[in-house]
Design a protein around this ligand. Structure first.
Ligand code: NI
Length: 172
């Protein structure tokens, strides 16, 4: 297992549409374990492959609370097949935007189809926090970031701060 470096915005690699995984093998399973380890260490509740520089349709998440048993999920080629009309607003963050949070409105309920780590076709019914998290991560696979849902003004404020942070890091 290994911690993977997380790409911070703004970065062109976060805006790429990812391609489907064609074969589910041990290499991919090891990669998803590394993604989970990276996510837990950050700490975060979700991570997508493009955030660690791999433009494949793979996401991991775990929305369990600290006092609960972990519930890691690993999804390959996830697809939203149903979304509720009912929307919820949740405060979202992103490991590619450390310390930035903003409210985003999304469907409260989604039904997803995906492949599990053994290549089996599965479905998941998600509500609330899990639904928000999975939709956020699936967006990453399309090159869509949570700031893309904000007003241009709010988005630019966050992106400007992120750029400044990067310059400071390079200078340091
Ligand atoms: Ni994110």
């Amino acid at each position: 297992m290994a911690l993977l470096p997380i790409i911070h915005a703004p970065d062109a690699r976060l805006k790429i549409k990812c391609s489907d995984v064609e074969s589910v093998d041990q290499h991919l399973r090891d990669f998803m374990d590394d993604m989970l380890e990276t996510m837990y260490a950050a700490p975060g509740v979700g991570l997508s492959a493009p955030q660690v520089g791999v433009t494949r349709r793979v996401i991991v998440c775990d929305v369990s609370r600290e006092d609960e048993d972990p519930r890691p999920l690993k999804l390959i080629n996830p697809e939203v097949i149903e979304a509720s009309e009912e929307l919820i607003v949740a405060e979202e963050g992103c490991l590619s935007f450390p310390e930035h949070f903003a409210e985003v409105k999304r469907p409260n309920h989604v039904l997803l189809r995906y492949l599990d780590e053994f290549g089996e076709q599965k479905q998941i019914d998600a509500n609330g926090l899990l639904s928000t998290c999975l939709q956020h991560e699936i967006d990453h696979l399309e090159g869509i970031l949570f700031v893309d849902y904000l007003s241009p003004l709010k988005r630019n404020i966050i992106l400007r701060k992120m750029k400044k942070l990067k310059k400071q890091k390079v200078a340091a």
